[in-house]
Design a protein around this ligand. Sequence first.
Ligand code: ADP
Ligand code: MG
Length: 261
Amino acid sequence: MPMQAAAPVPARPSTDSAAARATGLCKVHGHGETRVVALDEVSVEFERGRFTAIMGPSGSGKSTLMHCMAGLDRATAGSARIGGTELTDLNDRQLTRLRRDSVGFVFQAFNLLPTLTALENITLPSAIAGRRPDPAWLETVVAAVGLSGRLGHRPAQLSGGQQQRVAVARALASRPEIVFADEPTGNLDSRSGAEILGFLRESVRQWGQSVVMVTHDPAAAAYADRVVFLADGRLTDELTAPTAEGVLDRMRRYDTGARTS
Ligand code: ADP
Ligand code: MG
């Protein structure tokens, strides 16, 4: 057992209605000639128990926003909060602990460990934390994503869709404060993608999970309760109860606006 020498992450008061919140968030990559302002004073709230999609053109800062909010990257300025915890106040150990205890991730490339079984991948974060996952909850999550018969399989023995289901179960297993998914359907066929989107949506509906997902697909965004739009590192618009047509329409309007203004 490693020593738990890190100072505890400050307790989260449950008063904030947001599962996560950015305020004036800035991120600058590189220096001098290669300097890129990826986030330019972004302020946005990701509500508790809701499914939020982040959309925007390639390079608009979607992944950077997600990484700064999830504690995978540090902002240059501004505030990033998960529940009541200010990420910019945390040292590296506290940030690691927050990622482990309070955040679930789903990546486009699944990011499973190839030598571990599906079950071992799902329970790895709690194993690293020295905890045993709640067996009833684990069973609920595994059944929800339809993996009950495949827990002994290694990632190479699973389809892409099944691997991403493992990743979704891994993200949900610890009942994190918030789940961040960056293009979770980007490597999947449309049917497997729809399944993953359905699981994410059901985790919000049935369990009150808070989910934030980056996507460039209007059909995927339509699974969310709300869509926020980024362009050039700035939050430009949002849409509640989106439909795929509504999202497409909004994207087209942007195009026109950009050319005429
Ligand atoms: P998106 O996910 O919307 O495609 P990103 O957040 O990945 O956009 O990137 C936003 C901007 O920041 C882009 O101009 C990108 O080239 C730049 N960028 C992202 N990550 C880095 C990095 N590690 N170093 C330098 N520039 C980066
Ligand atoms: Mg990206």
